[in-house]
Ligand binder design. Structure first.
Ligand code: FAD
Length: 601
């Protein structure tokens, strides 16, 4: 069975009907482009995905990277596939022309990447991390650092990593121990151990540029004493040729349940004299700079989770249309032909849930991607600041909701295929394994929920929180203009009232009660808020669909829009109401987890 990797009609819908990407060409930065350029970029990505990534997807999963004592090796086809992405310009699609980029809107690059991710999953991680590394250096590095490291990363000559995690320090970066010492020759020497570093070693590029968080000797304890350094695998001479080995040694290669295309490494820095590190910006501001990369990576993680959910949905949908099995409860005749499993309402339930999760999640990550663009390129300063406010507030939800519901969607894709989904003849089990990383890296779900409730909601007089509610309320007003959407705008209004009451209660409890108890159910708050955000984005999709149906579209389009309205209905009936249970747990300050004693387990 040849399944589609993604539903192209839906990607078109998201880009041009939901987010009106065509209007971006009125912005100065994008004035050279038009819808045709956008389409051809996406088409190129699709072609590369089908030609280079899809054929090696399973091979990448089975043939895990190996270490020969000197270097980590990946299957050679991976380099060919990544080179195809780099040569097409897609790797630096959003970068400035001066840095050999295409200056494309990030939302278009996201859609192009969707095809590559759907076909190659974590293989694209090498490029995404390199791009995010280069973007950080471009924003915070000196011209010398940019010249020396960013250009070769943009061209694919070097690749980049993000080296934060240590054996004793994952979620709580404030405790990291990797050290930096300013030596007599005026250079920083870095020493310490990092683990789980994605792309930390491989044979795909001639050099690897690690962005390493370390503490300069004598710096304050905690997050205020962390600095950021460029630590290359090989030093680079003034003429651009590779110099000495920089004492970045591979101390281990991790084997994982998924994401096997992307090497996961334990690295040891500077065991003898210290690895040479080049300071980015100023000392002790390292975490602030790293947030540039982490925030980008968080949208990327959300995107990956949503895309894996979309492709799993598409695969199980195509399968369900083709697999004959059983008969409907109303059909008693054993001589009657079997029906395809999509005829069974329970299979449709699983497909509908996947559609609601994956298309809701993808709408959210595209919204986040557009905000990240708006904060830089929107026409007025006021619009740019507003986009920043919304994005800053929503980042924990953009990262987490798709990461939590993406694997749920993939789990349902396996269930649709049942036994055939559990074996590796079909890729749905692989999607699940690959997707399962997303609630873990770039801040676990627990950490994101604490960030949302304890930091993002109260900060700045709750400005980001209030702006988000205002956006939702605007959509409700528009939806009220469509008779068949009024029921949903009413439900969303009630959900918002509940959210406001719950938030008010928690803000006051955080100020007056035992903070550990109040925050003990923060994940439920994130889920509550996340479900409302997705319900809002489904209402937006409903508005576009209702408008389109009024224009009496062609029958295929009519079916597409009806499918959107059905998924909207599903989300409002099956998913949104769960918030009331979560709100009760939160406002009762339920202490089930808080008061559980270690010795009672
Ligand atoms: C495949 C893979 C790729 C990765 N890539 C990179 C990379 O490229 N660069 C990099 O630097 N790191 C990377 N990481 C590391 C990743 O970001 C960490 O695994 C993650 O931050 C969690 O840290 P930890 O695994 O040490 O878990 P821990 O921090 O030990 O957390 C364990 C559990 O405790 C909970 N917890 C911890 N602290 C708190 C708290 N204060 N309050 C409530 N709950 C808490 C967590 O939510 C989690 O459930 C990667 C990890 C993996 C598995």
């Amino acid at each position: 069975m040849a399944a589609k990797i993604l539903n192209e009609r839906d990607i078109e819908f998201m880009l041009y009907e939901l987010f009106d990407c065509e209007s971006l060409i009125t912005r100065e930065r994008y004035q050279d482009h038009d819808k045709q350029t956008f389409s051809s970029v996406i088409e190129t990505a699709k072609t590369i995905a089908e030609k280079f990534f899809l054929p090696i997807r399973q091979k990448l999963d089975i043939h895990q990277p190996t270490f020969d004592g000197k270097k980590v090796h990946v299957i050679p086809e991976l380099k060919i596939a990544l080179d195809a992405v780099i040569d097409s310009g897609l790797a630096s699609a959003t970068a400035d022309y001066e840095l050999d980029g295409m200056q494309l809107p990030p939302i278009i690059a996201n859609a192009a990447n969707a095809y590559l991710t759907a076909a190659g999953s974590t293989a694209l991680g090498y490029i995404s991390l390199t791009t995010a590394n280069a973007n950080l250096l471009e924003a915070h590095g000196s011209p010398t650092l940019i010249e020396k490291w960013v250009k070769p990363m943009r061209s694919g000559q070097y690749m980049g990593t993000m080296a934060m995690t240590e054996p004793g320090c994952g979620s709580g970066l404030g405790d990291l121990t990797t050290s930096a010492v300013l030596s007599d020759d005026g250079q920083y020497r870095i020493s310490g151990n990092k683990i789980f570093i994605s792309g930390g070693d491989h044979d795909l590029s001639e050099n690897i540029v690690h962005l390493v968080l370390a503490r300069v000797k004598g710096a304050p304890k905690g997050v205020k004493g962390i600095s950021l350094f460029v630590v290359p695998k090989f030093l680079v001479n003034d003429d651009g040729s590779l110099g000495n080995d920089n004492e970045v040694a591979l101390s281990g290669l991790f084997h994982k349940m998924g994401g096997r295309a992307h090497t996961s490494t334990a690295l040891s820095f500077g065991e003898k004299n210290g690895s040479v590190g080049y300071l980015v910006g100023q000392e002790n501001l390292g975490l602030k700079y790293m947030f540039h990369m982490m925030n980008e990576a968080r949208i990327f993680v959300g995107s990956m989770a949503a895309i894996l959910a979309l492709t799993g949905y598409q695969y199980s949908l195509d399968y369900a249309k083709d697999r004959p099995q059983g008969r409907l409860p109303s059909s008693k005749d054993p001589h009657s032909p079997m029906v395809n499993i999509i005829e069974h309402a329970d299979v449709r339930r699983m497909l509908l849930a996947q559609k609601a999760y994956s298309e809701g999640a993808y709408a959210l990550v595209l919204y986040g991607t557009q905000l990240a663009d708006d904060e830089k390129t929107a026409p007025t300063q006021e619009e740019r600041e507003y986009a920043h406010l919304l994005l800053d507030f929503l980042t924990p939800i953009i990262k987490t909701w798709p990461s939590e519901y993406g694997p749920k969607a993939n789990d349902l894709a396996i269930q649709v295929l049942a036994g055939h989904g559990y074996i590796n003849e079909h890729p749905v089990e692989l999607f699940y394994r690959d997707n399962r990383l997303n609630p873990i890296h770039e801040g676990t779900t627990g950490i994101q929920s604490l960030d949302l409730l304890a930091r993002k909601v109260p900060i700045n007089n709750s400005a980001g929180y209030s702006a988000t509610l205002q956006e939702i309320e605007r959509t409700i007003v528009v939806a009220n203009g469509f008779p068949n959407l009024v029921i949903y705008s009413k439900e969303l209004t009630e959900a918002l009232t509940n959210l406001k009451e719950t938030t008010q209660f928690l803000l006051s409890a955080m100020a007056t009660k035992n903070i550990d108890l109040v925050l003990s159910n923060s994940v439920k708050y994130l889920e509550l808020f996340g479900n409302i955000i997705i319900a809002w984005l489904w209402l937006k999709q409903g508005i576009v669909s209702a408008k389109a149906i009024e224009k009496q579209p062609h029958k295929d389009d009519l079916a597409f829009y009806q499918g959107k309205l059905q998924a909207l209905q599903y989300f409002y009936r099956f998913e949104l109401p769960q918030i009331y249970l979560w709100s009760k747990i939160l406002t009762n300050l339920d202490d089930s987890s808080y008061s559980m004693q270690t010795q009672w387990f």
